[in-house]
Write a new protein. Sequence first.
Length: 333
Amino acid sequence: MIIKSIKIINFRNHSEFFLGCNPDTTLILGPNGCGKTSVLEAIYILTRGKSFRATDSEILKRGEKFYRIELEYENGEKILATYDGSVKTFISLDKKSRRLPKKSKYPVVLFLPSDLNLISSSPGRRRDYFDRVFGEFNENYSSDVSRYEKALKQRNELLKADQVSNPSLFSWNLLLAKYGAEISRLRKLFIDEINTHLTKTYRSIAENSDEIEISYTSEINNLTENAYLKKLEENFMRDSYLGHTSFGVHRDDFVFKFNQKPADGSASRGESRSIILALKFIESDLIYQKTAKKPLILLDDVFSELDPPRRQSLVKNFKNNQVIITSVEDVLL
């Protein structure tokens, strides 16, 4: 699917904005703060169903009562999203829904400047990143993460109560065990797939013989649902004292390894950026393998963060995709 245009009204700092897209590469040029990233955010909402950085109330232009986004594909199909200050509604294939229908979603590889600092960022930031990526591989994964997070929030709220008992947590423990065990299984599966290609892809960019790996670190360690449930119950006294759930996939991390050592501290800035580029290229390839769709590539002001060789690698590897780029300066494509 090739995007033909995107139109936004009362979205972020835009009262009204229209972008006609090229089938290959589209460059959105402008100074910082003019709303370039907001255009990518609007596209992401109508291809993935939600923003990659904020809630709807935060997106709504200050002083306005609604926002509206309309995306049109080259085949004539249109998708519309509106938000009235309380409820967001999608219209796709002449049907209204509160969520973007699965058949209307399209895979996206999103590249943000902050992704280049992923190696040295917090475990929570890395979990969020990989959850977004894995959701492109498997729609059920995103649903499992959402349900797990809701159950975790409810359990943590109960743990803060003055008189909480283990039996009162049982229903939430069941949900955490069910979705947590599956999330852990899929995380390991997807990381193993990425690692199969990571060193080779990295070497094609960096042109050296370094070895790259991502280590999935988790307390779960292939636990069954029953074993996961038992662990939550065993931790009741500790959790009630702490006021939060101390065991589970919400504590997982993804550690980048550079020649068998943690990349944070051993890989240079340039080497780290080559690792992230390699990860993005693998992400695109795996999406295509799993969905038979060439993902849309959204690049938010990353050219200013990359040197010429890495810019060329970026252009070369995404030349067969539709690419939409934001930049503060004109770039040679």
